[in-house]
Design a protein around this ligand. Structure first.
Ligand SMILES: Cc1cc2nc3c(=O)[nH]c(=O)nc-3n(C[C@H](O)[C@H](O)[C@H](O)COP(=O)(O)OP(=O)(O)OC[C@H]3O[C@@H](n4cnc5c(N)ncnc54)[C@H](O)[C@@H]3O)c2cc1C
Length: 419
């Protein structure tokens, strides 16, 4: 039933949680404004190769939500946008948004002529900088909205002009400037998600120094068909197929010097990624070095299945040090097998650090007087009536728990927006 008299709901973050909150609120008849800082919706899930429990590609879950957004006349979407200020109170918030230029308007047909015309390249943010893309680019194959972006670094240059001249539809608009938009909304769902823990902080693991030490989020892109290697799992250092891969669990997690908490997802993510390796490279030996495996509820079955693979070895341990053999680019892992008490010295071709999830609110607080826990997650009771957290900004979660949480957040926001 349409509810045109009620105030709109602002949803911040266009990942699975924000998409869910937006479509759930819109489909009961409320107007929603969905704000996303990236040039595309989908959040971190868009960057996964496959996702558990069913190991389906992210398109499965995302496309249906994109369709619901596209078909709704109640959801307004702002990409490349962040919230600058919030004032007022439950039922009557005034919010200012900063909308950054895409330099490409709605006329874009995603034909790619602008990219062909441009020579400048930039590190590809979608692939964590593992490859370069043209400075006129489509963020990823099934991006929503399906529109190119002109990187600000070329907007005022001859390269920008080349992109504009190559476009037959007048879609490249180099005169776009940042804009401020003011909204009046009844409630706010903050679903700004998570960032990967910065592996460069882990001095003893060599990330950044050794090219064949990567992180779990990089592994997702390495395995993806639209990733930097077209889905081939190879070593970034030399492009060689790895004969052995080690997953190092709790890389920084459950460690007072880094992330004191468990992200709850990394064990399953590594088991999932071990299946990417083992399916693509049947002769490759995989290892998971773990403190203890956390695979809850029905995901326990995933663990049981993974254990049946003779070429996937689980080692209860703590890896203390990773060094490189400069002659081969291989990595030497040293630590203790905590079951046998023996020292570990294992050489492998590729290391994947299972880094945890950090709430974006630990570095970028909501511009309102919200409550957070010690790690920057928004508290269950946000402390401000009418503003509610949803998904991984509240706690590290898998997709299905994030979707459940976001649905509950939409319900609260509907009540707060009132009449
Ligand atoms: C290595 C790894 C593998 C994983 N694999 C799986 C899996 O197989 N299955 C599974 O169920 N889960 C998996 N997960 C967890 C999954 O990624 C999360 O459950 C999911 O991303 C949560 O969605 P979200 O919308 O809460 O957050 P996000 O996906 O982070 O989305 C948040 C969105 O908000 C945007 N944003 C951030 N800040 C702002 C701001 N200030 N203003 C506007 N927008 C903002 C971001 O750009 C992003 O689009 C994995 C996690 C890791 C670390």
């Amino acid at each position: 039933m349409a509810d045109d008299q009620a105030k709109s709901i602002l949803v911040v973050g266009g990942g699975m949680s924000g998409l869910t909150a937006a479509v759930e609120a819109a489909e009961v008849g409320r107007n929603v404004v969905l704000v996303e800082k990236n040039p595309y919706l989908g959040g971190r899930v868009a960057q996964l190769h496959q996702y558990f429990p069913k190991l389906c590609p992210p398109a499965c879950g995302l496309e249906i939500n994109f369709r619901r957004v596209r078909e709704s006349d109640r959801i307004g979407v702002y990409t490349l946008t962040e919230v600058e200020s919030i004032s007022g109170s439950e039922g009557d918030f005034e919010v200012t948004l900063k909308v950054n230029p895409r330099y490409v308007n709605d006329n874009c047909t995603a034909c790619g002529k602008c990219a062909e015309a441009v020579e400048t390249t930039i590190p590809n943010p979608f692939n964590f900088g593992m490859d370069q893309i043209k400075a006129a680019y489509l963020p990823y194959t099934m991006a929503y909205p399906l529109r190119y972006v002109i990187d600000p670094s070329i907007a005022g240059t001859d390269e920008g002009k080349k992109a504009a001249e190559a476009c037959a539809y007048g879609a490249v608009d180099l005169d776009q400037r940042p804009e401020t938009v003011t909204l009046n909304v009844g409630s706010i769902v903050w679903a700004a998600g998570w960032d990967p823990y910065d592996a460069a902080q882990l001095d003893n693991y060599g990330f950044g120094a050794y090219p064949n030490v990567i992180t779990n989020v990089m592994m997702e892109r390495l395995a993806a068909a639209d990733g930097p290697t077209g889905g081939q799992i190879v070593r970034p250092g030399d492009g060689a197929v790895p004969g052995s891969v080690a997953f190092v669990q709790c890389a920084g997690s459950r460690d007072e010097n880094h992330l004191a908490y468990c992200s709850g997802i990394c064990c399953l993510a590594s088991m999932k990624q071990a299946t990417y390796v083992r399916e693509q490279l049947p002769d490759t030996q995989a290892f998971i070095f773990f403190i203890d495996i956390r695979a809850q509820d029905r995901l326990e079955e995933f663990y049981e299945t993974a254990k049946l693979d003779a070429k996937l070895k689980f080692v209860k341990s703590k890896i203390a040090l990773i060094t490189e053999d400069p002659a081969t680019g291989g990595l030497i892992l040293e630590g203790e097998d905590t079951q046998s008490g023996q020292q570990i010295r294992q050489t492998v071709d590729l290391v994947v650090l299972a880094t945890g999830m950090v709430p974006t609110t630990s570095r970028a607080r909501v511009p309102a007087d919200l409550s957070y826990d010690d790690y920057g997650f928004i508290s269950v009771d946000s402390g401000v009536a009418g503003i509610v957290g949803a998904g991984c900004v509240k706690r590290p979660n898998d997709v299905s728990s994030s979707v459940q949480d976001a649905t509950a957040a939409a319900m609260k926001a509907l009540v707060s927006a009132g009449r």
